[in-house]
Design a protein around this ligand. Sequence first.
Ligand SMILES: NC(=O)c1ccc[n+]([C@@H]2O[C@H](COP(=O)([O-])OP(=O)(O)OC[C@H]3O[C@@H](n4cnc5c(N)ncnc54)[C@H](O)[C@@H]3O)[C@@H](O)[C@H]2O)c1
Length: 328
Amino acid sequence: MKILVVGGAGYVGSHVALVLQEAGFEAVVFDNLSTGHLWAVQFGSLIQGDIEDIEALRQAMVEVEPQAVIHLASLINVRDSIRNPQVFYENISATLNLLKVMVETGVKQIVFSSSAAVYGEPQYLPIDERHPKAPMNPYAKTKFAIEGMLEDFANAYGIRYVALRYFNACGADPQLRVGEAHTPETHLIPLAIRVAMGQQPILQVYGNHYDTPDGMAVRDYVHVLDLAYAHVKALKYLCAQSQSIQVNLGTGRGYSVQEIVQAVSHFACSPIPTTVLPQFSMDSPALVADASLAKNILDWSPQYSSLETIIATAWNWHQKYSTISTAL
Ligand SMILES: NC(=O)c1ccc[n+]([C@@H]2O[C@H](COP(=O)([O-])OP(=O)(O)OC[C@H]3O[C@@H](n4cnc5c(N)ncnc54)[C@H](O)[C@@H]3O)[C@@H](O)[C@H]2O)c1
């Protein structure tokens, strides 16, 4: 069964392609390589193209005839989205292209990479899918808008979807075939690792006056391989069920920035000098998932998301990547 993996050369997408291959699917990656990498396309073929180019997308869809689409392509840097929202809103028009071409070519199933950011400031924790949605920045608003678009396309054209609301993706393939390689990197664990490895002098974190136990932002860290397996479960769900769903993917356990820094420092046996920058106003103080729907409906539960496994796999990947990246 062929799956078009849009954005499959990126961090999450490359792990999705890995587990698709493992599960017997044929992954065809469609990616413009804007933030993804050629070396990350190891578990399927690549069509290099941009989803803003509807003709290229149409051609790919006709050529591949996928059973389903997994849509991970997006700009992801939240702070950039505040500075330059116009390019982020193209995430919406690009997704509209994708949905239009799916309708034209009769492809009915899509798994979409949404985000916990759609919830905004928590009214209660852990956050279930019924929690009010109040996205706080342009990135999160585009995710929520796309979820709405999916719902309308489902009602009007019979598209069926699973919107996976990832909490914080982290870690790497334990066999180190693929891993996280964002430039610039904005995610806490790889940044802390770089400081612990001596590649950067100091870790910058944002805000220590949040309404949380230690004043620092709290997030739910879920291993990228666990996220990837959820896509396979979502495809199986779409084959068997007619109802579209939005599902949280997290562990139910939150860690503050401070706790993560301490855990990386402990793992590395190395201090991590840290400086606290002013709080980032368009960001939620705490996002922790109630993932019982994923467990009940998709039969998904995280297997790799202990903090030890996350940090160990991320550490090993960064060690490997820092030695090979100059040659790539
Ligand atoms: N990483 C996280 O913690 C996290 C959390 C929540 C949601 N998400 C979502 O998961 C998805 C994947 O995130 P990631 O961390 O792997 O990001 P990434 O930047 O590593 O991967 C995105 C991929 O999409 C490709 N792409 C971007 N725009 C494109 C376009 N117009 N046409 C074709 N390809 C395009 C990029 O080249 C890249 O390969 C994104 O939609 C992101 O919003 C990620």
